[in-house]
Design a protein around this ligand. Structure first.
Ligand code: IPE
Ligand code: IPE
Ligand code: MG
Length: 240
């Protein structure tokens, strides 16, 4: 089995999952957050090296304030537990997104967690918080334009590698497999640049029910894909 080096996940369906059980949406978020911890361990055991999860988008601020508050509280708690559990998977944790809009205590916890895990050599775990791909690209362009104006960079030097070095994901390889749970067939502003040649897997399973068996199924589908990157397969080269 060919294990994707980098798996990116759009964790979706917490609210609908809770509703189907007659529970409030925030209960779904709490269960979803527990599932993130489980999947980190499962992914690492399966041999995945990079895991990037979409926890809160730049558009999610438009949800009711109570729900936003509950999500922020979960993130706070998650950072705290993660500080203890990161050692288990030898996890190196990073946050992508514009964290400047988050409360100061959450930012401090993110810094602590990043610092405490930076030398770990196991799972590279990225959490996207207040992340939007268009926002990430704009922030990158602003810094890049600033460097050009100040003469540190010439416009002619800007190639893909230079541009990528300005993105939040700068030293992280592009995802091999993208998984979105709960049936929606869209990217919702996730990693638009980085997903250029990623294989997509959509499942109706809501995030709180997404188990290691579901992850194995996604990887099985990934294995059946033929990644051509615009080229042709070796055996087709003679059919021209
Ligand atoms: C995903 O679940 C979690 C976040 C976006 C924070 P949703 O909250 O989007 O759940 P649904 O899609 O409404 O069911
Ligand atoms: C995408 O899910 C964002 C996260 C999973 C954090 P949403 O549920 O917010 O996306 P839409 O609104 O269905 O596009
Ligand atoms: Mg959703």
């Amino acid at each position: 089995m060919n294990i994707p080096q980098h798996v990116a996940i759009i964790l979706d369906g917490n609210g609908r999952w809770a509703k189907s059980k007659g529970m409030p949406r925030n209960y779904g978020h709490a269960q979803g957050s527990k599932n993130v911890e489980r999947i980190c361990e499962d992914a690492y055991r399966m041999g995945v090296k990079y895991l990037t999860v979409y926890a809160f988008s730049t558009e999610n601020w438009s949800r009711p304030q109570d729900e936003v508050d509950a999500l922020m509280k979960l993130l706070r708690n998650y950072m705290k537990t993660c500080l203890k559990t990161a050692a288990k998977n030898d996890m190196k944790v990073r946050v992508i997104g514009d964290i400047s809009r988050l409360d100061e205590d959450i930012r401090t916890r993110i810094q602590e967690l990043t610092e405490a895990t930076k030398d770990n050599g196991g799972l590279n775990f990225q959490i996207a918080i207040n992340y939007g791909s268009r926002d990430e690209i704009l922030r990158a362009v602003r810094r890049l334009a600033g460097d050009c104006v100040e003469g540190r960079l010439a416009p002619g030097q800007i190639d893909e590698a230079v541009f990528e070095s300005y993105l939040d994901t700068h030293d992280i390889p592009d995802p091999d497999l993208l998984i979105r749970t709960s049936g929606e067939l869209r990217l919702s502003n996730y990693l638009l640049w980085q997903l250029a040649y990623t294989e997509f897997y959509f499942t109706d399973v809501p995030w709180p029910d997404f188990t290691k068996e579901e992850l194995a199924k996604a990887i099985e589908h990934y294995n059946a894909r033929d990644r051509r990157y615009g080229g042709v397969k070796e055996e087709q080269k003679e059919d021209v």
